[in-house]
Design a binder for this molecule. Sequence first.
Ligand code: TRP
Length: 328
Amino acid sequence: METVVSGIRSTGHLHLGNYFGALRNFVAIQEQYNCYFFIADLHSLTTHPKPGDFHASVKTILAEYLAAGLDPEKSTIFVQSDVPEISELYVLLNMLAYKGELERTASFKDKVRKNPENVNAGLLTYPVLMASDILMHRANWVPVGKDQEQHLEIARVLARRFNNLYNEEVFPEPKALVFGKNLVKVPGLDGSGKMGKSEGNGIYLFEDDKAITKKVMKAVTDSGPTEPNSEKPEVIQNLFTLLSLVSTPDTVQYFDEKWNDCSIRYGDLKKQLAADICECVRPIRERIDAIYQDEDYLNRVTRMGCEKARESAAATLKLARKAVGFSR
Ligand code: TRP
């Protein structure tokens, strides 16, 4: 079975865009690949988060991903900082990563521009740490969005460089796992083409019916169709796209017909959409709450994940140390 590695940022919450987008694919690939999913808490140290906030944000993220379908029996789900082998591999790879190539990454340049007062070495070597995450489990595949492609390319370069320098095929070259047409793009309700955290238009899995309904009822619309069977403008198509994700085909067809004969009332459409989003989110939210309360379960998940991840990591590190010449 081939191996997939994916890191999850340690802060933030899951919204419908994540849920119907990448996450659904993560849940699906658990059946076909040996998956490692981890919370990238070491990476988050580049911005110096408050120590007191860590525990709660790791717990939250973990509860949300588990509630949404990541399965600790099928995948290895762990916390990055629980696996010290990653940091050791990071040291070895740092010796092969050149300042120039790291300075050229778009994410580095972007962060330097935004936070010129905190350009630390960890920020520069962020892609090296990410390469360690990936190569640690000798991954074949990494699910990446556009913003991470350059980082994956560095992981590929470092894998090749290591193998060449030490003349030993320790690391397979990790490839981008692209979900293609299986990656649903979820629109925002503010007329924008994408639901996202930075877009500020997310409907979150932790939110209750009231909060969700309020957001949906505020969705941007237009003044309505004037001719039968006309094409839907983007703001309206966005509502229909969301509806098609959470409602039955009958419901979508009902509103489609109302659109086509110009009798649609957006208030009704929004009410239906709100009710169906709530219906979809409610059981997930209840699972998030239950998992979050269950410290024992969360501890069991992370302990089991840590054990499995360290076993795989130790095996790789043994090969890497031997290649470098450390083993006696
Ligand atoms: N850099 C990724 C992000 O910002 C998170 C990440 C860290 C990651 N290590 C990884 C993703 C390894 C894939 C593989 O989203």
